[in-house]
Write a new protein. Structure first.
Length: 390
């Protein structure tokens, strides 16, 4: 594999590395039935670099050949009532904003159909959902006559599929050369300047400003701030209407149109990137040391510790922090993950019923946005554990 030397967005050679972590699992959300196999999963290196010209950030060590999105991949968050409420509100706002009633919607990276089915039910719309990891047996509502699911990546070969909304949530960060995807959408939307866009990605300003290193994973090869996201879409020929920070600041949501009119509402790029990046590696290393020390202390006290959340943040934490091997188990609300094992680290993923039997002393919540939901569920289980978050 050759290390990337030019920005995938603007082709500048001014890529400046600022964070490195080695030998991490390639996929955080693969389902492993066997602990030994999970521990032997494919691994890769991360070296994040920022483009001095457009602000885009990328893993220059990324090797696409290592990745494989299959039916054994599952990153659904819809088993959390907190997330479902957020998704329902997001769908309602989209429908209202663009008048999506009896319209056609393309969902790129539809997962098991949770969001596209929500949009189609709420607005009586028709949908086409694309995802290479699609499993018909796990579709959110089973087979639905209003939604056609295609187990494939969306690409130029589907540019004949027309839509009133192109929806793409938490996919763009997995794509090394995102302008190829945007070009395919651009071709499909030609002749329809009212075709709307809704794209959502992790907010890298949140990651950098809070040193949220657990958000940095191998399968995320592309990282966006409001300004670099704006640049990417305007360079792709789209009108950016608004870019909004959502979900506790962790997500960036872009609303746009396929119109040719130039965008004028560029987000401020005045964030102190040099200050955030210059010491990021040292801050990350210090954070890992702090968690090693905390877990070492818990082990000395014979505390039973569990981690809540077998998603990307949890998997990153378990693989970056050496003392995480002292954690007893990982609890997750997604029943499709329960009974499986964490990639790399090999921890068992358990259900709420199993958590009650463990009766932990400490529960570490991988994503702080879920703290209130976790505390409520622990009360329902009559568990009196100390709760903290990453």
């Amino acid at each position: 594999m050759n290390m990337m030397t030019r920005c995938p967005i603007c082709s500048s050679s001014e890529l400046h590395a600022f964070f490195k972590v080695r030998n991490v699992p390639v996929h955080c959300n693969s389902l492993w039935h066997d602990r030994t196999a999970a521990q032997a999963c494919a691994r890769g290196d991360i070296q994040l670099a920022i483009c001095a010209s457009c602000g885009f950030m990328t893993n220059v060590c990324f090797d696409e050949e290592l990745t494989s999105y299959s039916q054994h991949y599952d990153n659904s968050l819809f088993f959390s009532s907190f997330y479902r409420d957020y998704a329902e509100q997001s769908a309602a706002e989209l429908i209202s904003r663009y008048g999506l009633y009896q319209k056609t919607i393309i969902d790129i990276g539809a997962g098991q159909g949770d969001f596209i089915l929500l949009l189609c039910r709420t607005g009586q719309n028709w949908g086409i959902g694309f995802d290479p990891a699609l499993d018909p047996a796990r579709l959110a509502d089973g087979l639905n006559e209003h939604v056609l699911f295609i187990r494939d990546n969306y690409s130029e070969r589907y540019s004949h599929c027309k839509a009133d909304l192109f929806c793409c949530r938490h996919v763009l960060e997995h794509i090394q050369y995102p302008r190829q995807l945007l070009s395919a959408i651009r071709h499909s939307a030609d002749g329809n300047e009212e075709a709307a866009l809704f794209f959502q990605v992790p907010n890298s300003h949140y990651t950098l400003s809070r040193c949220a290193i657990w958000d940095i994973i191998y399968e995320h090869c592309s990282y966006y701030t409001p300004s670099s996201m704006f640049y990417t879409f305007t360079a792709g020929g789209f009108l950016v209407q608004e870019i909004v920070e959502e979900f506790g600041g962790q997500y960036l949501s872009l609303y746009g149109l396929s119109a040719d009119d130039p965008s004028t509402n560029e987000p401020s790029s005045s964030q102190a990137w040099p200050d955030l990046l210059s010491d990021f590696q040292n801050k990350a290393d210090a954070l890992i040391d702090q968690w090693n020390a905390r877990l070492q202390e818990m082990k000395k006290e014979s505390s039973t510790v569990v981690l809540w959340g077998a998603g990307s943040k949890g998997v990153s934490f378990l693989n970056m922090v050496e003392m995480a091997n002292s954690i007893s188990a990982i609890v997750d609300l997604n029943p499709r993950k329960q009974g499986h094992f964490i990639p790399g680290a090999g921890h068992a993923i358990i259900s709420l019923n199993e958590l009650a039997r463990i009766d932990p002393d400490v529960v570490i919540v991988a994503n702080p946005v879920y703290l209130n939901e976790v505390r409520q569920l622990l009360r329902q289980l009559h568990l009196d554990a100390e709760v903290m978050s990453l």
